[in-house]
Design a protein around this ligand. Structure first.
Ligand code: GTP
Ligand code: MG
Length: 194
């Protein structure tokens, strides 16, 4: 996919703040710090259009980006960050739930998991939830630069087993080394061309 234009649209909390243009949308979900915002930057070929941080809990609202005037990306707050207060967690949970359960434009959910670790229960719940509602899902294994290529298959099996995947592909990505980005773009494009 050639990125001709990419712009930040809005940082939204409530549904009435979501873009109302009706463009199809891709959402990026996963645990805090897994690399959601970094992948958006890599896909859009921008350094910091989506704000990243080494401290988990950076993204606290839903940030919308418009790509090529054709579709939107939605960068979501991460889940599973224990250091956030229960009240704050409930607030982010509410923001995500409202979005995921009531967004007609949402066509594809990218579920991000760290390639180094077995997915957690909340990742599994996220995946099952997305499948239950019939969303097209792509599974992305982030930070692939942190392990050697020879270890990929073992990690993929772990991810596949824990999430209960059937035939779905797992796409290894490194936002640091910029590997896997073209492949991920192809997969995203496939969802929209279908
Ligand atoms: P929240 O907004 O807190 O939910 O986090 P996030 O999922 O958006 O993660 P973010 O993109 O902010 O990245 C978190 C940290 O991981 C940052 O320090 C990034 O530099 C680092 N990181 C992201 N992607 C990669 C990668 O591919 N390789 C390596 N080595 N580090 C990465
Ligand atoms: Mg983020």
């Amino acid at each position: 996919m050639k990125v001709k234009s990419a712009e930040f649209i809005i940082s939204a909390v409530n549904t009435d703040q979501y873009p109302a243009e009706g463009l199809p949308e891709v959402a990026f979900v996963g645990r805090s710090n897994v690399g959601k915002s970094s992948i958006i930057n890599s896909l859009l070929n921008r350094r910091n259009i989506a704000r990243t941080s080494q401290n988990p809990g950076k993204t606290r609202t839903i940030n919308f980006f418009k790509v090529n005037d054709e579709f939107h990306f939605a960068d979501l707050p991460g889940y599973g960050y224990a250091k956030v207060s229960k009240t704050e967690q409930a607030k982010w949970g509410g923001i995500m739930e409202r979005y995921l359960s009531d967004r007609e434009e949402l066509k594809c959910i990218l579920i991000l998991v760290d390639i180094r670790h077995e997915p957690k229960e909340d990742d599994k719940r996220m995946y099952e939830w997305a499948r239950h509602f019939g969303y097209e899902c792509l599974i992305v294994a982030t930070k692939s630069d942190k392990i050697t290529r020879g270890k990929y298959q073992k990690q993929f099996s772990l991810i596949r087993k824990k999430l209960g995947l059937s035939g779905e592909k797992i796409i290894p990505i490194s936002s640091l080394k910029k590997t896997g980005i073209d492949e991920l773009w192809n997969e995203i494009a496939d969802v929209f061309i279908k």
